[in-house]
Write a protein that binds this ligand. Structure first.
Ligand SMILES: Nc1ncnc2c1ncn2[C@@H]1O[C@H](COP(=O)(O)OP(=O)(O)OP(=O)(O)O)[C@@H](O)[C@H]1O
Length: 329
């Protein structure tokens, strides 16, 4: 059964010079994984503690109080078997894919290394077959990706290679720290759709960290609102957005920009035609669209497209378009 990754009653306090202290996280409890794969969005402004939370969940940051548990056991317990499964089953996707890749290695290197490290393949051919399959699953052409150096790929391609790298290890949980904040709007849709499909089709649980409530609403089952290291509000995405309980959440929602300044962010217009949200260049508008999670099943032949399904098709078309772009030499 899928394991649970959990932080329980944790504080993280940093030294802020001299006797000064900065409490980056206060009394945080959060769990992800388990039987039903979910997407949990952690939403907060700059400095709210989002990255500290991800670092805590990855075991890169020690809690000052409380514990980080995987499969019910503290990851800091020195249990090597637990740590090995944690390192393979819990993967991360970061904001800036350029930071992650060593510029002196071809893109093949960071894809081959974890496969070898975890003993997941018996031969180089098997490794490449697996890598090629995974690259294709995130909309990349292996022939245009492998053998290249990181700077020869676009930001969106690098981001997808990073997602492929996480997927190669067949993870149960993915922690995505602002995975779309450095890419343009059309790639944002593509990458969000990939994250959504990882959850729906591969049964991976995700924590999606973002400062953007609209994309959180689009993909997440539940939303955690973080402010000053405290959880302000947590609940199903529908409730947090439509019926925010905390004044801070209400303020965040009111601050979401609308594509039409004369029109407020109106999530009640879910039955409206989706075409109005699709800009002429085919990129899917991120505002006022229906949540991807509303799509329960793919379209069947002859079935009238719902507006949500039409958006999904537009996203797929956009992904195909992005995948067909050739890499400049
Ligand atoms: N190593 C550190 N030493 C001291 N203070 C830190 C350290 N890391 C983070 N902080 C502080 O903790 C708070 C939370 O930082 P964190 O990076 O988690 O926020 P964030 O929500 O990810 O912000 P952003 O969206 O800008 O990346 C901030 O006030 C930050 O200055």
């Amino acid at each position: 059964m899928a394991k649970i990754l959990e932080v329980r009653d944790t504080d993280v306090v940093f030294s802020a010079g001299g006797s000064q202290e900065k409490k980056a996280l206060s009394n945080i409890s959060l769990a992800v994984g388990g039987k039903r794969p979910t997407i949990t969005a952690v939403v907060g402004e700059s400095g709210s503690g989002k990255t500290t939370l991800i670092r805590l969940l990855l075991g890169f940051q020690q809690p000052t109080r409380g514990s980080v548990l995987y499969d019910g056991k503290p990851i800091a317990s020195g249990d090597h078997a637990l740590l090995a499964s944690f390192r393979r089953e819990v993967q991360a996707i970061f904001q800036d894919p350029f930071d992650v890749f060593n510029p002196f290695y071809r893109i093949d290197h960071p894809l081959l290394t974890p496969l070898k490290l975890f003993g997941l393949v018996k031969s180089r051919d098997e490794a490449y077959a697996r890598i090629e399959r995974t690259l294709e699953s995130v909309g990349l052409k292996p022939s245009e990706t492998l053998g290249k150096y990181p700077h020869q790929l676009s930001g969106g391609q690098r981001q997808r290679v990073m997602i492929a790298r996480a997927l190669l290890l067949d993870p149960a949980i993915i922690l995505a720290d602002e995975p779309v904040s450095m890419v343009d709007a059309s790639l944002r849709s593509t990458i969000l759709a990939i994250l959504y499909e990882m959850n729906r089709d591969l049964g991976i649980s995700l924590i999606y960290v973002t400062h953007d409530l609209t994309t959180a609403y689009q993909v997440a089952d539940s939303i955690v609102v973080l402010h000053g290291g405290h959880v302000m509000e947590v609940g199903p995405a529908e409730d947090v957005i439509h019926r925010p309980a905390h004044p801070y959440t209400r303020a965040l929602i009111e601050a979401v920009p609308s594509p039409d300044p004369d029109k407020p962010w109106n999530l009640d217009e879910q039955t409206a035609s989706p075409e109005r949200y699709l800009p002429a260049d085919g990129a899917v508008g991120l505002y006022q669209i229906e949540p991807l999670r509303a799509i329960a099943a793919p379209l069947r032949a002859g079935e009238a497209p719902t507006s949500a399904a039409a958006i999904q098709l537009a996203i797929s078309a956009e992904r195909d378009r992005a995948a067909s772009l050739t890499v400049p030499a």
